[in-house]
Design a binder for this molecule. Structure first.
Ligand code: CA
Length: 660
């Protein structure tokens, strides 16, 4: 009688900086009941990956659970696969950090009683040169999607075996995850999976089906807890798998001890299919969706899908310049602290992948995750602090930034982008005051995602890709898309009659050409003088000059402004300051002040903005619309404060920013 080999694996992860209640909920809804039920089935064995941040939380909060894991390992029910400890996308970090990240999790697995030899590839982001790093880290096999193989030209029927892949003379085994199983488990009735597995049986004893996917699908995703536990899916599944004589359950290591990989194959830079949609710039992602829908309509998708590919993970750095800036700052500090062990741990934490990208989960849209990256990055850099001014291209956009540092702050100014401050990091509070994401149009604001499972079904529970979406009216009213990145000291010229609502909803007219245009600069000791000769555009262009001198102080910075027009024109000169106010929900407001106090209790804390004279202030929350596993998120990314100075010909004033 023929049999099919089957490997069942899950990956459990919570990002560093996630709220305690999220860990707790995921633990109660999924991590705990899952492993408890596994223990009820001594014949059941499986592979599991726990990320470092989650293990640290479990160790601290649920020590009994760690004991449960040790027991399951001892009984041979769990095979541990590792990744970078703080769950970085390995392709996106320096190779020196890859080795240390993997070593840390291997060491942890050893503490649990397992000598791990395999890697769960975070977000399955593959690039060929990873082979070398993985081999050097003592890894023998890696798990990726069958999509990677299909992108390389293999047919689905070739993908029931692991292969070798090679780079620079190093070789590693790669296991393809079966996409069909990813859509069946756990969303459809158990029988569907069994039927599918049985359908694969032929005369080849080495034939293998691999399932390895997010553990959160077993209880955290909407509706799944009830389905997987209360309705008994998981018990039924374990029972069916262990009692079926045609299914030969095994671990990755067991498979490799019995069979050799089927042959040699080269995989392209790739992740899973959905990621190839998400990582495209929004307008191209929309085209991608249209293309996939068209193929489906014509009944051609199944046949030709192997040739359908979108973008690659690293281009999230192209899609979200804020993410790119954070990432390149991380790379910069990583190099600086490579030989300082204590600092290095912080930089490894700053590599946790979630805050750098966005798909069906919040990712870069979640302020508390970005805040955690910045916190660790600033902590790491504090070990090598050097006061002074440096001019270099921080984010590799081809334009040089000015990085100023004193004992309390690191500020990065982009002269070519409005002469504005794009990073104001406090070494006292370990926050970047300008960690503010701009409001962007995403393709899913307009079209449903394409990446739905091919099988339409009313059985089981909906996968999140199938959940319907419509933007609620109350969000639509407040939804706006920015034309500029958000920074500190962005210089506007605005009509006297302009309203706050027009301004915040991007329906106003920008009269000047300063916000995103280049400024010239000069360094005078610790002072950075920036100026631009631009103009106000009314019926005719009126030449205008804005000059600002920025200097860091012990508790913040001071900026001295001089603005002059070539001929009189009454308007408002607005200086916009975008602050990463994340924890206190703000609403739009207009008021007069020469002192604005901001109190963001769980975010940036207390700060004060002072001006040398009383002015009108516009304040509004910057809210982005993103999708998550449960629907729409309308999230406050920060608060914009614009100080409006009336101008006719000339203007001079001062702005102070202080942390308290
Ligand atoms: Ca640059």
């Amino acid at each position: 009688m023929g049999k099919i080999n089957f490997i069942f694996g899950i990956h459990n992860h919570q990002p560093l900086g996630n709220f305690g209640w999220v860990f707790e909920d995921a633990y109660n809804n999924s991590y705990r009941p899952f492993m408890e039920i596994l223990e009820e089935f001594p014949q059941m064995k499986m592979a599991v990956h726990f990320s470092g941040p989650l293990l640290e939380w479990l160790e601290e909060n649920k020590p009994d659970y760690i004991d449960l894991l040790k027991r399951l390992i001892k009984k041979g029910q769990l095979e541990i696969v590792v990744a970078g400890f703080y769950e970085p996308v390995l392709a996106a970090i320096p190779k020196e950090d890859r080795l240390l990240q993997i070593k840390l999790l291997k060491d942890y697995a050893k503490k649990l009683g397992y000598d791990a030899k395999g890697v769960w590839l975070t977000e399955r982001v593959w690039q060929p040169e990873l082979v070398k790093s993985l081999r050097q880290a003592g890894i023998e096999y890696v798990v990726v999607d069958d999509y990677h193989f299909m992108s390389a030209g293999l047919r689905k029927e070739d993908l029931y075996w692991p292969y070798y892949t090679e780079d620079g003379g190093e070789v590693i085994a790669v296991f393809p995850i079966d996409e069909k199983l990813r859509y069946l488990i756990p969303f459809r009735p158990v029988e569907k999976t069994i039927k599918y597995l049985e359908s694969l049986i032929d005369n080849d004893p080495s034939k293998l089906a691999v399932f390895h996917d997010d553990g959160e699908k077993f209880g955290v995703w909407p509706g799944t807890h009830d389905w997987v536990y209360n309705k008994g899916w998981l018990r039924k599944f374990f029972d069916a798998i262990t009692s079926n004589e045609k299914i030969n359950l095994m671990t990755y290591s067991e498979y490799l001890s019995l069979y050799s990989p089927k042959g040699l194959i080269y995989l392209p830079i790739a992740s899973y299919f959905e990621m190839s949609e998400w990582s495209l710039p929004a307008n191209q992602a929309k085209l991608f969706v249209e293309f996939v829908e068209q193929l489906k309509k014509e009944g051609k998708f199944e046949k030709y899908r192997v040739f359908v590919r979108g973008g690659i993970w690293k281009n999230f750095f192209y899609k979200y310049p804020e993410s790119n800036f954070m990432h390149k700052r991380m790379l910069y500090v990583s190099k600086l602290v490579r030989n300082i062990e204590e600092a290095r741990l912080y930089i490894l934490k700053a590599q946790c992948n979630d805050a750098y990208w966005h798909g069906v989960f919040g990712g870069v849209y979640l302020p508390h995750l970005r805040r955690t990256v910045w916190e660790n990055l600033i902590k790491a850099q504090s070990f090598v602090s050097k006061n002074g001014v440096k001019i270099f291209d921080v984010d590799y956009d081809g334009r040089k930034e000015i990085m100023i540092e004193n004992s309390g702050f690191i500020a990065t100014i982009k002269p070519h982008y409005g002469g504005s401050i794009f990073e104001l990091s406090s070494k006292h509070k370990f926050v970047n005051y300008n960690d503010v994401l701009a409001r962007r149009w995403e393709h899913y604001h307009e079209v449903q995602e394409a990446a739905t499972p091919e099988e339409e079904s009313n059985e089981g529970v909906a996968s999140i890709h199938e959940l319907g979406k419509n933007i609620p009216e109350e969000i639509k009213r407040e939804l706006a898309y920015d034309w500029q990145l958000r920074a500190i000291l962005q210089d506007h010229f605005i009509k006297e009659s302009e309203t706050l609502d027009n301004y915040r909803l991007v329906r106003y007219q920008e009269l000047g050409d300063f916000v995103n245009q280049p400024y010239e600069f000069e360094i005078d000791g610790r002072r950075i003088k920036l100026w631009r000769e631009g103009g106000i555009y009314t019926e005719e262009k009126i030449p205008a000059k804005v000059e600002k001198t920025i200097e860091l102080t012990q508790d913040g910075f001071v900026a001295k402004y001089k603005v002059s027009l070539e001929k009189p024109y009454k308007s408002l000169f607005g200086v916009e300051i975008n602050l990463a106010v994340h924890s206190v929900m703000e609403s739009p407001g207009e008021f007069e002040a020469d002192r604005i106090e901001v109190n963001d209790t769980y975010g940036i804390g207390k700060v004060v903005i002072e001006t040398s004279r009383k002015v009108k202030v516009w304040k509004f929350p910057i809210k982005t619309l993103s999708q998550s596993e449960s629907g729409w998120d309308f999230i406050q990314q920060g608060v914009s404060y614009t100080l409006l100075f009336p101008i006719e010909k000339e203007l001079e004033f001062e702005i102070r920013f202080k942390e308290i």
